[in-house]
Design a protein around this ligand. Structure first.
Ligand SMILES: Cc1cc2nc3c(=O)[nH]c(=O)nc-3n(C[C@H](O)[C@H](O)[C@H](O)COP(=O)(O)O)c2cc1C
Length: 142
């Protein structure tokens, strides 16, 4: 069975809710999902998965979370060439600029980005549906 890692950081639970919906979408599509917080995952573990979906909210000034998530993502970047990925995260008051920058960075690493989902604060029903669809789309792309 295809195995997909969903790796996220969440300070107040909004991105975590999105991660759970991505996992639901993957499982509904018939693939195997493994959910990790950033501190539970390592770049070495990427080799065990056919795809990886990353989640991180906008932090700093339109940046990835600097203490746990950004260092992990930087470690993973060298292994993303050709990897099927999706990106998601919650934001507060901005315009989603952190996701645009993150998407460019992920593309530059050679990853195949299947989709991105952003949600303002706690994800509403539409955002959760989009997260489930992202999980299903990543499963279908393997
Ligand atoms: C330290 C800090 C920095 C933040 N920086 C931004 C930002 O640059 N742009 C933005 O839109 N939201 C920003 N936010 C808001 C968060 O992205 C928002 O609250 C989000 O829903 C948090 O997701 P989480 O519950 O998964 O941690 C920031 C929040 C914190 C605590």
């Amino acid at each position: 069975m295809n195995k997909i890692a969903v790796v996220y950081w969440s300070g107040s639970g909004n991105t975590e809710a999105m991660a759970n919906a991505v996992v639901e979408g993957i499982r509904q599509a018939g693939a195997e999902a493994a959910l990790f917080s950033a501190s539970e995952f390592s770049a070495r573990a990427l080799a065990d998965y056919q795809a990886v979906v990353f989640g991180c909210p906008a932090m700093g000034s339109e940046e990835l979370e600097p203490c746990e998530f950004d260092p992990l993502f930087a470690d993973c970047e060298g292994q993303l060439n050709g990897m099927i990925t999706g990106l998601f995260g919650s934001y507060g008051w901005g315009s989603g600029e952190w996701m645009d920058t993150w998407q460019e960075r992920t593309s530059a690493a050679g990853a195949k980005i299947i989709g991105t989902v952003i949600a303002q604060n706690f994800p509403d029903d539409d955002a959760l549906t989009a997260c489930r669809r992202l999980g299903a789309d990543v499963s279908a792309a393997i």
